[in-house]
Design a protein around this ligand. Structure first.
Ligand code: NAD
Length: 495
């Protein structure tokens, strides 16, 4: 990404959004490229510290302004209007998301955009369903006391987001933040700025007061991300992204002892038992490894397959990988997209090289696909499957975040569990078996925040979501977000 002069260029310019209006900044806009073609697609303003100050100040004013007078029912109604607003502008959101990510419109159209709207609906429901505890407490004089919990908004929340599922992951945090009465300053990824700015328009049109939802654009270090996470006016930080970035943000949050909610990286294992429905397992693991070109935190990059079905499973997975070919994102038949950036493509290709150096058998892929002329400048890699790597290889140990996985055979359930758990990460797993008892046993033994059995990425938004070990801190979703998005006060009244 390079900085660019915006003049004389017929490109959309993406601005910050502060206190209900678009805001420019003193720094020159930077170029954002369409990953499918490599061509510059938008120019994006980059926040300087003054812009972040403005955004945080607007959020602070709004916290004390008319937003604080919204009743639960009024906030729920506002969230539903936002959900409807996203659906009403579905085509705009779809075009923006596809332009920023290069992902197939078919995928964004059935996953990213509908989930963006659904996130607001589910937290509108949550407002109505939220109760607090109360206790009648005996006292020596016999009159007793009433204790009850009172939840108040946490305050000004910084929302720092990644690029892989931009609208989906950002709204997953913004919706509960607003549901429980907070105000936000959102910092989308520098690679995917567009849908956040579009959402600002929708939120304004939904009648949410100015300053409740603010957007600042830019990069991480020495840019919007760092300025926002270090800003003393921010009361709490919710972040989705790499574990390494989470470490930097946590250090910033230590100043002022501010709470964090983190959804971080993963190196997820799939376990395929010989008694499973092999076709379903191969289809499920293929989806989990290759959907969104492997750029899903919940994706499977390590697959352990019980030895008797190893070859049959591998053949099915190989066929599924080889059916995925690059295509123009808006072509209705396209099911496979590029990686997000040249930098990320180079990182993924580095692991492809490393796998060969470490002695992997490349079952399929391993490089850059043949591309039609129109896509030749894009950031494409082949779906790739390896076997034969030692568990000590960096390809097995580190998150790659590309369309690739390694398959290894196992002989005993305990061995599969042990290998799955041999990771500093603990985000998700997918287990394939027809043995219900074993399914429960293995789901309980794997050290993760999310365990799927005979499925993957099947989400009920009321359930807890988050990672164990270095994959996160805290749980979001349904009632679980209350811990982070509200402050719980106990009121004790002597009767
Ligand atoms: P990233 O950590 O590079 O960037 C995420 C965001 O943090 C961006 O907006 C970036 O500008 C900002 N940032 C970077 N450095 C910063 C700093 N020092 N201070 C403040 N902000 C900073 O992550 P990414 O490459 O955008 O996303 C991919 C990663 O996200 C993968 O590791 C993936 O597993 C993870 N992820 C996790 C989940 C989950 O739910 N656990 C979901 C999606 C993605």
């Amino acid at each position: 990404m390079t900085h660019a002069a915006a003049q004389d260029r017929d490109l959309p310019v993406i601005s910050h959004f502060i206190d209900g209006r678009p805001v420019a900044s003193s720094r020159p806009p930077f170029e954002n490229r369409d990953p499918a073609t490599g061509r510059v697609a938008t120019l994006v303003h980059e926040a300087d510290p003054g812009v972040v100050d403005q955004a945080v100040a607007a959020a602070r004013r709004a916290l004390r302004g008319p937003w604080s007078a919204f009743t639960d029912a009024q906030r729920a109604a506002a969230l539903r209007r936002i959900a409807d607003g996203i659906r009403a502008r579905f085509d705009d959101f779809l075009a923006a998301e596809v332009r920023d990510t290069g992902k197939p419109a078919e995928l964004a159209g059935h996953l990213d955009i509908p989930r963006g709207a659904a996130n607001f609906d589910v937290f509108a429901d949550q407002i109505a369903a939220t109760a607090t505890e109360s206790f009648r407490t005996p006292t020596p004089d016999g009159s007793g006391a009433l204790n009850y919990g009172l939840r108040t908004p946490r305050g000004v929340i910084a929302v720092i987001c990644p690029w892989n599922l931009p609208l989906l992951l950002m709204t997953w945090k913004v919706a509960p933040a607003l549901a429980f009465g907070n105000t936000v300053v959102v910092k989308p990824s520098e690679d995917t700025p567009s849908t956040t700015t579009l959402l600002a328009e929708v939120i304004r049109e939904a009648g949410v007061p100015d300053g409740v939802f603010n957007v600042v654009h830019g990069f991480g270090p020495d840019s919007a991300g760092q300025y926002l996470s270090e800003h003393p006016g921010v009361d709490a930080i919710t972040f989705t992204g790499e574990t390494r970035t989470g470490t930097a943000i946590m250090k910033a949050a230590a100043e002022g002892v501010r709470p964090v909610s983190f959804e971080l990286g993963g190196k997820n294992a799939g376990i395929v038992f010989a008694d499973c429905d092999l076709d379903a397992a191969a289809a499920g693991i293929a989806r989990s490894a290759f959907l969104n070109s492997g750029q899903v935190c919940l994706g499977t990059e390590r697959v352990y397959v019980e030895r008797p079905v190893f070859d049959a499973f591998l053949a099915r997975l190989k066929a599924a990988a080889e059916a995925l070919t690059p295509g123009a994102p808006h072509d209705a038949a396209t099911r496979f997209g590029p990686l997000i950036s040249a930098q990320h493509r180079d990182k993924v290709l580095g692991y492809y090289r490393r796998a060969r150096e470490d002695g992997a058998q490349v079952v399929t892929g391993g490089g850059v696909p043949e591309l039609p002329e129109a896509l030749a400048g894009g950031y494409w890699v082949q779906p790739t499957i390896w076997t034969g790597l030692p568990e000590t290889s960096a390809v097995i140990g580190e998150e790659i975040f590309g369309p690739c996985c390694h398959l290894a055979p196992f002989d005993r359930e305990e061995e599969a569990v042990e290998r799955a758990n041999a990771s500093p990460y603990g985000l998700a797993t997918t287990i394939w078996t027809r043995d219900l008892t074993r399914a429960h046993r293995v789901a309980a033994a794997i050290e993760v925040g999310v365990a799927w059995v005979n499925c993957w990425f099947l989400r009920d938004l009321r359930t807890a979501f988050g990672g164990a070990k270095q994959s996160g801190i805290g749980r979001e979703g349904g009632v679980h977000g209350l811990e982070f998005y509200t402050e719980l006060r106990n009121v004790c009244i002597k009767l």
